[in-house]
Design a binder for this molecule. Sequence first.
Ligand code: NAD
Ligand code: BTL
Length: 489
Amino acid sequence: MDIKKNYINGEWVPALFGEVREIINPYNQEVIAVVSESKEEDTKLAISAARDAFDQGEWSNTSATERGRIVAKIAQFIERDKEELAEMESLDTGKTVEESRGDMDDIAGVFRYYAEIADKDGGEIIDSPIPNTISKIVKEPVGVCGQITPWNYPLLQASWKLAPALAAGNTLIMKPSEITPLTTVKVFELMEEAGVPKGVVNLVLGAGNTVGAELSANDNVDLISFTGGIQTGKGIMRAASGNMKKIALELGGKNPNIIFADADFETAVDQALNAVFFHAGQICSAGTRVIVEESIHDKFVEALVERVKNIKLGSGFDESTQMGPLISETHLNKVINYVEKGIKEGAKVAVGGGRPTDPELQKGFFYLPTVLTDCTTDMDVVQNEGFGPVITVEKFSTEEEAIKLANDSIYGLSGGVWTNDIAKAERCVSKMRMGTVWINEFNVYFPHAPWGGYKQSGIGRELGKTGLEEYQETKHIFQNLDPQPNNWF
Ligand SMILES: NC(=O)c1ccc[n+]([C@@H]2O[C@H](COP(=O)([O-])OP(=O)(O)OC[C@H]3O[C@@H](n4cnc5c(N)ncnc54)[C@H](O)[C@@H]3O)[C@@H](O)[C@H]2O)c1
Ligand SMILES: C[N+](C)(C)CC=O
């Protein structure tokens, strides 16, 4: 098996100490690839390459139109290689190939979006209060960007960072999750093919506490953009304070999904499933915290359970599969303990609550889609992100109570409201403390709209114009057209 390498200063190079890591298919635990396992020393080399490339200025001085053209080429290559990328993502993560195909469309869309807006902001002349002067606001690249991504949407989360950073004229070093690096390696090949100059994009494969920690702390990195868990995010924030680098953090969620009695019942049930069970619930914005109006609670749970019983688990490559495995044994054990803790706290298992018994699924890290009822807001299982196929159900009787429950969280990533009363929906979403709120929808995201969290779900925004601005500095240029001595001293 070929060893996947780092990409540093335009060259594919093995890790300096020759270490490697095996990448495992979570469906059957087979080794699907071997990749370089880098250390701080490899990371420093990549940071130097990115620093030199930025300081030398070839990419930042390339016109924004030309940068956009290259970013568009990357989109085109992703579309060309969509099937290969989708299969690779499914092998690596266990998600169904159909889901991965959708991800690849989204990813190409992100590169296209930033290609299109790269040259749309030529700066702004503002009204200066001083006669005979010109005041101009321009945007410039931040510089050298460290980018760290998680395992659940490996290439999607990478695209949200790579495309705007490139469009804005930065140089970068990316560290994908050590568990799922394959599609990121492939996209670096595509960026090379698209003509991104050497040193502009650098890839270092390795663990968080070595490569990730170096990227977060190194004084030659000007910005660190991270997507992952809250605890890791807090550590990165502390490490980044050394040189006051800019930080962008996309963290977890425990997202409320409020169902009013006047919602379209069948649609709300169907979408409550979609909100959680894609990718076995390993979605930051999964609507795992279902909050149902008391008058329909029992009927809603009954309908949910009937549907959940029929969810088909299996290989992501089998067209009939609806839900794949969890990412790893460690994560499976975390989900098992999470549900057990919920049961000890008083939650009742309405369906699921353990591993499947099907012999064909024993090699994979499968966990049954699960619904826990009798949940209350003080429970760990309601307050913390489980990142598995687990719905907790709470009840409410008034609109105020629904909002109070929805906001009773350290998280603030996303949430949804289901009702046919549009005024009620508007009242609710205006009070929900989350970066994205959906009315009669859940889990929709696209390149034009910003994405990010309130509260401990993060700092900053990805996607949209705001996602480009994360990678830009704002400069005020003031020019005196009639300079005169003022003889003050
Ligand atoms: N808000 C969003 O848009 C979004 C999107 C996807 C995932 N997530 C969140 O990501 C989490 C799941 O991903 P995960 O398990 O990969 O998260 P994680 O925090 O364990 O790891 C994320 C990345 O950080 C790296 N890392 C680990 N320790 C580090 C350290 N000390 N310094 C620097 N980097 C380090 C990892 O190697 C990995 O690349 C969930 O909480 C999920 O909600 C959020
Ligand atoms: C941001 N999103 C929904 C694509 C993936 C979250 O894990």
